[in-house]
Every structure is written in C-alpha cells, then in structure tokens.
Ligand binder design. Structure first.
Ligand code: FAD
Length: 384
C-alpha cells in the first residue's frame, strides 16, 4: 500500500478541509442544539461534488477513487459526524448501490439527482424486531401482476424524513424465512401509503434526521426492484461492506477532532503553575488518542486501497469499522478527560464528540457483529 497521496488526492483533501472549516465546523454545535443540520448544506455538498464521489461522471458523479472518498469522509467527520452520516448514507449506501446494482433506467433516474444534492437517499433495512439479525426482516413485498405491494415498518432510518428515495429491503418470498427471501426496492418517498416520523431524543448525531417508516399498501412498479428478486440481502451486504469503510473514515475524522481539541486545551489550561500539557499523565491521554487516530486511519486507508485495486476487502472493512469506532469512543472520552470539568459543558467540543462517537459501535453492524464477521473469515466457521 502506497501511503503517499497523489496530487489529486491531496487536492481533494484540501478542498474537503476548506469546505468543512467554512461550511460545517462553525455551525456544528448550533445544529446539534437545534437538532437539525441546515438543509441548505445538502445542495452545497452536491455542488462541491461530495455527494457523487466514485460515482461515474456519465451519471452525474464526480468519479474519483475510494481513497479520495475516504479522505473527504474523514474531513466531514472531523467537522460534524451528523453531516458525515448524511453523505455516508445517501452516497455510500444508496447512490453507490444503485450504481453497482441498478438498471440503466434506475441509474439515469436517480444518480444525477442524488449526486447533485437535489435528492437524498436513505437505507431501510432495520425493523423494530430485526436489527443485527437483518435477514429475518418481516416487511412484505407481495407481487400482484406488474406491481409489488409493500407492508411493514422500518426504524432508525438515517435521512428518513429528508430522503426522496428509500432503498428498502422487503420479503418477496413468504415461504423463505431467511435472507434468501429478501429483495431490494427503490421506493420514491412520496409514494402513497409510506409515512415517516422523526425519532427524537438521540444521545448524539442530533442534527441528523433519523426516522421510523411505516408502509401500508405501498404500491410500486416491478421496475422498482433493485437487482434480481431474492438477492436483496446480497445487495444490502455489499452496500454495508463498503459502508463500514465510510463509518471508519468518519470515526478517524472524529478522533482527529478529539486530538486537535485535547492538544489545544492542554496547551492553554494551567494547573500547578504550568500548562497541563506538561503533566506526564495528560501527555499519556494525548498519546493514546494519537495512536488510536493513526491506527484507525491506516486500517481505513487499507480498505480503500484494496477496493481501488479490485481486491477482496470485506473482512478488512469490518476490521477497520470495529477498531475505528471503538477508537473514536476512546479518543473522545480521553479528550473529555483532558478538558476536566469543562469537557462536560457543551461550550467545548469534547462532549458532543463523545455523544456522536457512541453510535459508531452500534450501527452498520455492532462491534459484536463485526467480531463475528472477522471470526467467521478467519476460522471458516459461522457463529451466526
Ligand atoms: P440488536 O440486534 O437487538 O442487538 C442488541 C445487542 O445484542 C447488541 O449489543 C448486539 O451486538 C448484541 N447481539 C445481537 N446479536 C448478537 C450475536 N449473534 N452475537 C453477539 N451479540 C449479539 N438501520 C438502517 O437500516 N438504516 C439506517 O440508516 C440506520 N441508521 C441508524 C442510525 C442510528 C442513530 C441508530 C441508533 C441506528 C441506525 N440503524 C439504521 C440501525 C442499526 O443498524 C441497528 O441499531 C444495529 O444494527 C443494531 O440492531 P439493534 O439496535 O436492533 O440491536
């Protein structure tokens, strides 16, 4: 793996850093308190090309390699994980999945809008009764001639109330209770019978719209099917394998923000007659954050490098997600410790970083699920 960035990669990282410093970081605390990112930001993210990274230019994307995507995701995560998540889901889980699995008609219909930020996507897999065991989902898609009729419900859906299209997973074969009976659909969010309700009271990522979806006799044409019938679980797993790299990159950015905040505070706060940065145990906290940032970044870049070289990457992606998410929680907690009591007050960024970090070990597969994926790859035996 070449650790030297190309000129293009350096330029895209600089662009992302400047965009984040201008358009995101100054407002992140305000959006967190208001429980909503400014929606005007979505269009700006589209204009700068960040909602179309790695999507071919012929479909309105900005092209580019996966390392560039990781670099941008890291910078967005450094500014605000709520914003980073909006991009990771709409681009990483939805647009890239349409690009990989969609028909020509589906790509032409959705990708230009999603890449431009004129539309957002959400990923509807989790249900109230099925989280880690996603293959047992119960939302039903019944074929009736030229259409499918969808009934059921989804929960915890990022971008749920903002999205224009739902990449929705439903059971097309009621006689097959496992993942083989699941299919993927592209459902326009304004389809009659689809209702959405925002979930409030989240610990972190408060600026993000997280929603519950209810489907009552939602009728879509057979052309809404994404990929072959019965292959929906493969569609979901392929999306999540790359999605985990995106979460990991966001965690690197979050941990880097924790490091920046801890270093800045330790340099100016004095106790016992000197800056706390000169106390060895404070340096230990900062060194621990720094090691976590570096290790998480290298694991994440490795995934991008494997994808760009066309090599298998799923286990490495689970490894990066597991390590980076746990590292982000540790880093934010250590940064809060460096801030002492002030870290507990939302005038300083450490508290928000810790609240935002906490979900990273839960979504797109909990830490336990990542361990089972890695264990299965290493032993050849499934514990699921
Ligand atoms: P459960 O599966 O009930 O797990 C509970 C506990 O049991 C966990 O600790 C888990 O690790 C453990 N556990 C479960 N099975 C095993 C096992 N076999 N071995 C060992 N331990 C096990 N979902 C979407 O589809 N789209 C989204 O956009 C989305 N966004 C989200 C945003 C937020 C803010 C949150 C909180 C969640 C989001 N999710 C989304 C859902 C998320 O992916 C699930 O919460 C996650 O997969 C875990 O499922 P669960 O919450 O039902 O927990």
């Amino acid at each position: 793996m070449n650790l030297e960035l190309s000129e293009e990669q350096t330029a895209v990282r600089r662009l992302a850093r400047e965009f984040t410093e201008r358009e995101i970081a100054p407002y992140a605390a305000e959006w967190d308190r208001a429980e909503s990112v400014d929606r005007a930001l979505v269009k700006k993210l589209g204009e700068v090309g960040f909602l179309g990274l790695t999507v071919p230019e012929e479909y309105g994307g900005s092209g580019g390699d996966h390392l560039s995507y990781v670099l941008v995701t890291e910078e967005l995560g450094r500014g605000d994980s709520a914003v980073r998540g909006i991009v990771s889901v709409s681009l990483g889980l939805v647009a890239k999945t349409i690009a990989a699995w969609g028909s020509e008609e589906q790509k032409r219909e959705w990708l230009p809008r999603l890449c431009a930020g004129h539309a957002l996507g959400c990923f509807g897999l989790t249900e109230p009764g099925t989280g880690s065991d996603a293959g047992s989902l119960t939302t039903r898609a019944a074929r009736t001639g030229a259409t499918y009729v969808l009934n059921g419900g989804k929960t915890f859906i990022t971008n749920g109330t903002w999205a224009d299209v739902v990449l929705l997973f439903a059971r097309t074969d009621p006689d097959e209770p496992g993942h083989r009976g699941v299919s993927a659909f592209l459902v326009p969010a304004d389809t009659p019978g689809l209702t959405r309700r925002e979930i409030h009271g989240k610990l972190g990522l408060r600026g993000q719209a997280t929603a519950e979806l209810v489907l009552e006799d939602v009728e879509v044409p057979a052309s809404a099917l994404l990929g072959p019938e019965g292959k929906g679980f493969s569609v979901a797993m392929s999306a999540l394998a790359k999605g985990r790299m995106s979460v990991a990159a966001g965690c690197v950015g979050l941990a880097q923000a924790a490091l920046d905040a801890a270093v800045a505070y330790a340099g100016q706060r004095e106790q016992f007659g000197k800056p706390i940065a000169r106390h060895q145990l404070v340096q230990e906290l900062i060194a621990d954050i720094s090691v976590d940032v570096d290790a998480a970044r290298l694991l994440t870049w490795r995934v991008a490098d494997l994808i760009d070289r066309g090599r298998p990457f799923a286990t490495e992606s689970a490894t990066a997600k597991l390590f980076a998410s746990e590292a982000a929680v540790r880093a934010a907690s250590n940064a809060l410790q460096v801030h002492g009591g002030y870290g507990y007050i939302d005038e300083y960024p450490a508290g928000k970083l810790l609240r935002d970090a906490r979900v990273m070990t839960l979504y797109e597969g909990t830490s336990q699920i990542q361990k089972l994926l890695i264990g299965r790859a290493r032993t050849g035996v499934s514990a699921f």
